[in-house]
Design a binder for this molecule. Structure first.
Ligand code: ATP
Ligand code: MG
Length: 253
């Protein structure tokens, strides 16, 4: 893999770094064929959001952390893109929450699963973290879904009460909500089915969300117990995009 050459002063440095990380992850076999397309859809929305954590996303992140901290059985579910982009911070968060991480991918192949599990295991060793990593031997199913994408672990996703599922497909998100779980979605597209179905939707980029969650957890003084309504919060994200479109097009007469 070539070196990452962009200069931190580049205005789109973070975006270039994420592309580099995903290119590398694809070479290592961590991603499905459509992963870069999914990332591109996210990037388009991030452009409109201004590549920043907007106020309503921060409020949703605080609300999400409050639920994760007060959960009886929290779990963090990760796919290929999430593992590559935010594996380190999410493992740190799992260690702080004392909860498992479950690798749960839409297009499950034994080889991809193994590469993802190894990647997380390496991060765990590097930071000396005590986190249970699940996903290798699924022994349960998410009701209402067909085929391999229904597979999950009894001790992880299946029995959880609060689940953080970044970049999840709308269908699976809906099935998890139907199981009665509090489903925390991270999705840059406030119009996606996942964003609309989720119990708490964070309209923000996953690397920023993971960093925010870790630093909020470390800052114990923060009040996380704020009033929250997911539909109103989604409307605020759309309003922000709407206003930024007007701003971006202001040079047109
Ligand atoms: P849905 O199934 O919920 O209607 P979709 O089919 O449009 O959504 P998927 O391909 O299932 O989308 O999942 C990719 C989603 O993840 C997209 O909505 C995209 O905006 C979002 N996304 C991609 N990369 C990131 C990222 N780095 N951070 C946050 N969200 C992202
Ligand atoms: Mg989808």
């Amino acid at each position: 893999m070539k070196e990452f050459a962009a200069d931190p002063s580049h205005p789109r440095y973070d975006s270039l770094l994420n592309r580099y990380i995903l290119e590398d992850a694809a070479e290592k076999g961590m991603l499905a064929g459509s992963a870069l397309i999914a990332h591109g859809r996210g990037e388009a929305y991030d452009y409109l959001i201004g590549e920043q954590t907007i106020d309503c996303a921060m409020r949703a992140t605080k609300h999400a952390l409050n639920h994760l901290k007060n959960a009886e059985k929290p779990v963090i579910s990760v796919n290929g893109n999430t593992t590559a982009l935010a594996g380190e911070d999410l493992l740190k968060l799992a260690s702080m929450l004392n909860c498992p991480i479950e690798v749960n991918i839409f297009y499950r192949t034994p080889k991809r699963m193994q590469v993802l599990l190894n990647h997380l295991e390496e991060i765990k060793q590097k930071y000396g973290l005590e986190v249970e990593i699940l996903g290798e031997s699924p022994d349960s199913r998410i009701p209402g879904l067909e085929g391999p994408r229904a597979k999950c672990c009894e001790d992880g996703i299946f029995s959880s009460d609060v689940i953080l599922v970044p970049l999840e497909d709308g269908d699976r998100c809906e099935a998890l909500v139907a199981m009665g779980k509090t489903v925390i979605v991270v999705d840059l597209n406030p119009l996606s089915r996942s964003a609309k179905m989720g119990s708490i939707t964070i309209v923000d980029e996953i690397t920023r969300v993971a960093k925010n969650l870790v630093s909020m957890f470390e800052n114990l003084d923060e009040n996380l117990d704020l009033p929250f309504d997911n539909d109103s919060n989604l409307r605020l994200a759309l309003k922000h995009i709407n206003e930024s479109l007007i701003d971006l097009s202001s040079f047109i007469d």
